[in-house]
Write a protein that binds this ligand. Sequence first.
Ligand code: ZN
Length: 248
Amino acid sequence: MKRLKPPASPTTAVHGMDDDPVVQGLLVTISQKRLRPGAKLGEDRLAEAFGTTRIHIRQALAHLASRHVVTQIPNRGAFIHTPTWEEAQAIFAARRIIEAAAVEAAIDRLDDRAIEALNAHAAREAADSKNDRWSSLALTADFHVLIAELSGNPVLLEIARGLILRTSLAIATFETPGSHDCSPEAHPDIADLIIARDKVGALAALSHHLGEMEARIRPAGAVADPNDIGAILKDVGIKPMRRRQSHV
Ligand SMILES: [Zn+2]
């Protein structure tokens, strides 16, 4: 494996760490839920796996800690951050505000290049729906990053990226069995409404989509008892059928 070049100096490290290969590598594994909340991040093993120095790994972990993705515990080491239930709810509340602002800004500055990017993304998602679960999870998260990019506001994009990543941790911590980050069917609708410059419609579709995502998580201990078939059916959205009138 090619050895990674550690960041040149502490000064350049602060600004360039988002693009650092160790940071990027860990973010990808988290967004794809391969590394779960609470997983230990041993410096030696990471240095070996990434083919770099422990100092470089330590800088990457410190950066991820500043982004609320890693928790560093003195004398115990670094772990993938486990959000609290309150934090998970706050992340969704913040996403609603940030992503609504992103959708409005994206519509305001919509041009041919943006339309092309939205259509290209929809085509990639449609093609990817046949592929494995891991790559489609990463790709569906990308849709939200794309909208933030199309807002043209780099600060908003940075905040959105952080929130989307923290959503992956929140969902991994509190997901009900069988849940997904995004229902990808919602994305083409949102994209079409942005392309049609329909702000009201796009905001309503986004709000509905984020609501569905949030509905998939439950506070610890609130997940249905595995023996309570009624509660489990309700969880997955199966409603009781109306009793048929008896004709006899
Ligand atoms: Zn989505």
